[in-house]
Write a protein that binds this ligand. Structure first.
Ligand SMILES: C[S@@+](CC[C@H](N)C(=O)[O-])C[C@H]1O[C@@H](n2cnc3c(N)ncnc32)[C@H](O)[C@@H]1O
Length: 214
């Protein structure tokens, strides 16, 4: 039987530019879409009917992928510090994830959309975080900023993810990643480290893919 080779397998062999060109063909807002597509093909954390929070959504390609995957029965709440209009059908929240008030805004948006009674227990299936400021090139500093963002996303995951839920989180490699991974392992049954093919090889970004909240 003929096997279909995913786009990202051969594109990676060519160049990052191939991802950028393909994103125009596929109508994605950025080539980052192929990172999420690859991660999800491997770990299946986006399913029909899921409620998803996408942290650091702008320009919006992860939200595009997520909202297609969850379909009309599911929904996506997308958060960013930048006031960028979200893809169609995606519910935006504008705020800084390092500001504690943003969590309350996300909770409101989620509950409004689901029309759930006000409660502290949200039934979120998957939380994605692709948050990162533009890096400065100063590794220690970029890592420290990234770890702050990872911790804020993890805090949200601990508060709102249902048992069995999923958490995907970008990080910038550095000395604190092992401690952070240990904390993730206390909360999730499986924690994988992934470097998708659409992620620039030389960049120090990678992803924690955490499966099945305990
Ligand atoms: C690499 S981009 C995300 C790309 C996106 N996943 C996509 O597919 O289009 C990182 C995003 O994180 C956002 N971000 C960085 N720090 C943030 C913070 N403290 N709170 C909310 N969003 C933040 C940035 O504004 C930026 O839009």
């Amino acid at each position: 039987m003929r096997q279909t080779v995913p786009f990202w397998s051969w594109a990676a062999k060519r160049s990052q530019d191939a991802f950028r060109k393909q994103s125009k063909v596929d109508n994605y807002r950025s080539r980052a879409a192929y990172k999420l597509l690859e991660l999800n093909q491997k770990h299946r954390f986006l399913k029909k009917g899921f409620g998803v929070i996408d942290l650091g959504f702008a320009p919006g390609s992860w939200s595009q992928v997520a909202s297609t995957a969850v379909g009309a029965e599911g929904f996506v709440v997308a958060v960013d510090i930048q006031n960028v209009s979200p893809p169609q059908g995606v519910f935006p929240v504008y705020g800084d994830m390092l500001d504690p008030q943003t969590q309350a805004k996300i909770q409101d948006a989620f509950q409004q959309h689901r029309q759930e009674p006000k409660t502290n227990d949200l039934i979120v299936d998957t939380i994605l975080s692709d948050m990162l400021h533009s890096t400065t090139g100063i590794r220690i500093r970029d890592h420290a900023v990234s770890m702050d963002l990872c911790n804020s996303a993890f805090q949200l995951a601990k508060t709102f993810l249902r048992p069995g839920g999923f958490f995907v989180c970008k990080y910038y490699m550095g000395s604190e990643e092992h401690e952070f991974q240990k904390s993730l392992m206390k909360v999730f049954k499986r924690v994988h480290i992934e470097k998708p093919k659409a992620s620039v090889k030389e960049s120090r970004e990678a992803y924690f893919v955490c499966l099945r909240r305990k």
